[in-house]
Structure formats: structure tokens, C-alpha cells
Design a protein. Structure first.
Length: 286
């Protein structure tokens, strides 16, 4: 399931590029809808434009749907001598990854890896993408620029903060793993927590969308029954106006979803004939 392993362990860009990534906003709230519940995140578009902007690309394109939180790194299973506590998640299909982005070190953005910070997993500098991200459990200075978790000393690209849902993140972090401590399987969660989708705040959740789509289908079906049931609206007109149609053995009629009847003459009578219608886990290394 997971073929690419990168170390949690970057080319600098101008901060002026954040306008293109985030549309001019310094912050953006998003929600990751997981099988265990929602996780709300505040993205730092102003300070980490490329990283936060890349995360938004995955959100807006619906790429996180079907992903998972699949890895937990903690002292009892961490194979790296520089210990950290994080939960990793993202896409579980490498084929859906977007292109890597330049690295934004914390020395450039001014952000730090604190409790609840969300950051991009990577291997070498410039190989990271928001398709694989991690959330810190407690402060993790070893992941900042100059930290020793990654031998290159460049640290990782923090780009936001979990503002609601850390209890859920800690629950995932303490999950049972697939193998014994000290092995790669010892970091992979035995039952990955599925990501149902991700959305900007004020947009409906994946469950909400399904409900709304279902209600819309019911409503449209009801409207279709009502409108297609109006098969014909017959109008009696003064003889002088009705005669041309009568001459062809027909009557004036209006057929369609929204019949618009025009009153002609002093006497105007409309009869609606109502008839029933038809119903119808990449494991990016930390």
C-alpha cells in the first residue's frame, strides 16, 4: 500500500509568492474529516505560502478523500536516535501525488514545530509535498531549522496549526502498530484512520455533502413528478383566435416544465391535465 518512504528529517522562495497560492489571505481554516471525527487546522498562508498553498491544492481538488493517518512515531517505536512524537497522514496512493515543492525552512517562515503544528514530510530538500504531512505531539524543536532529526539540518516545513481535534490526533498517535518496535512496521498503524475528505471551513463535510446530495436528489425527483405531471394545459380562446388551430384538428396547448399561459381576450379558462410522472498508506519517513 505504501511504496514511498521519506524522512521527516528545501529551496527557499520569496514570500511574495504566497498571494498566488492563497489568493491574498494570510490565514485559511480547513477541516480534515476523518473516520474518528473532524480536525480543524489554521493554515499560515502568509508565512508559509508554498507549503500551505500546496496543502490547499490537495484540499480543493479532493485528493485527501480516501487517504489516511497511517503512521505514528513515538519513543517506543522510533528507529531514529533523535526521537520525536508525530502522527503522519495523507495520501496512500503515490500516483495521486502532486509535484514536489521548494522547501520553506522555519528559519525563513518564523514558524516552529510546537504541539499541534502541521508540517510537510520529506526526504531530500525539495522532495516534499503536502500529499504526506505530519502533526506534532508536544513541542518538537528537532524538526526546526538546525534540528538534528534530519542530517541536512534544514528541518521541515511547518505551515499551520491544529486548532481543534488534538484529542483525536493523540488517540491516533497511541494506536497499535503493525509490527514490533524498532522495525518499519512498528511505526505503521495497524488500523489506519481513514480520511473522508478535507474542506475549507464553511464548506459542508463529506457526510454533509452526501446528505445534501441525497436531499437534492429527492427534491429534484419531487419537482420532476410535479412538473412533468402537467402534461398539457388547454386554453379556450375567442373563436377568431382559436380557429386556425381548430382548422388543423388541434387545440391551443402549452407543454413543458414551466407552462407560461398568456391571457387573450376577455374570457380565459385554463385546465391542467395532471398525470403521474416517472420517478426515477504512503509511509513518508519522519
Amino acid at each position: 500500500m505504501i511504496s514511498r518512504l521519506t524522512a521527516l528529517g528545501i529551496a527557499q522562495v520569496s514570500s511574495r509568492s504566497w498571494a498566488a497560492a492563497g489568493g491574498g489571505d494570510r490565514y485559511c481554516k480547513v477541516v480534515i474529516d476523518s473516520l474518528l471525527g473532524p480536525i480543524e487546522i489554521l493554515l499560515e498562508l502568509g508565512r508559509a505560502p508554498l507549503s500551505a498553498g500546496d496543502f490547499l491544492k490537495y484540499v480543493d481538488r479532493g485528493l485527501y478523500a480516501g487517504g489516511a493517518f497511517y503512521r505514528t512515531v513515538r519513543p517506543d517505536d522510533d528507529t531514529n536516535p533523535i526521537k520525536i512524537d508525530v502522527v503522519q497522514g495523507g495520501l496512500t496512493d503515490d500516483g495521486k501525488y502532486l509535484d514536489p515543492i521548494p522547501h520553506e525552512p522555519t528559519s525563513f517562515t518564523g514558524l516552529r514545530h510546537r504541539d499541534g503544528t502541521i508540517s510537510i514530510a520529506r526526504d531530500a530538500v525539495g522532495t516534499g509535498t503536502a500529499g504526506a504531512f505530519f502533526v506534532c505531539i508536544g513541542d518538537q524543536p528537532a524538526l526546526d531549522f538546525g534540528g538534528k532529526r534530519n542530517p541536512d539540518g534544514q528541518g521541515f516545513a511547518a505551515f499551520g496549526q491544529v486548532t481543534n481535534g488534538m484529542k483525536l490526533i493523540r488517540e491516533i498517535w497511541s494506536s497499535k502498530t503493525q509490527g514490533p518496535p524498532g522495525s518499519l512496521e512498528g511505526e505503521l498503524i495497524a488500523s489506519p484512520v481513514q480520511i473522508l475528505g478535507a474542506r475549507r471551513v464553511n464548506q459542508p463535510s463529506a457526510v454533509g455533502k452526501a446528505f445534501m446530495n441525497g436531499m437534492a436528489a429527492i427534491l429534484l425527483s419531487a419537482v420532476a413528478v410535479a412538473t412533468t405531471g402537467i402534461a398539457r394545459a388547454e386554453v379556450s380562446e375567442p373563436d377568431s383566435l382559436a380557429r386556425p388551430c381548430a382548422a388543423h384538428g388541434d387545440r391551443p396547448r402549452f407543454v413543458g416544465h414551466r407552462p407560461y399561459l398568456r391571457q387573450i381576450g376577455r374570457r380565459h379558462r385554463v385546465r391542467h391535465d395532471l398525470r403521474p410522472g416517472r420517478r426515477r498508506l504512503p509511509a513518508d519517513r519522519a
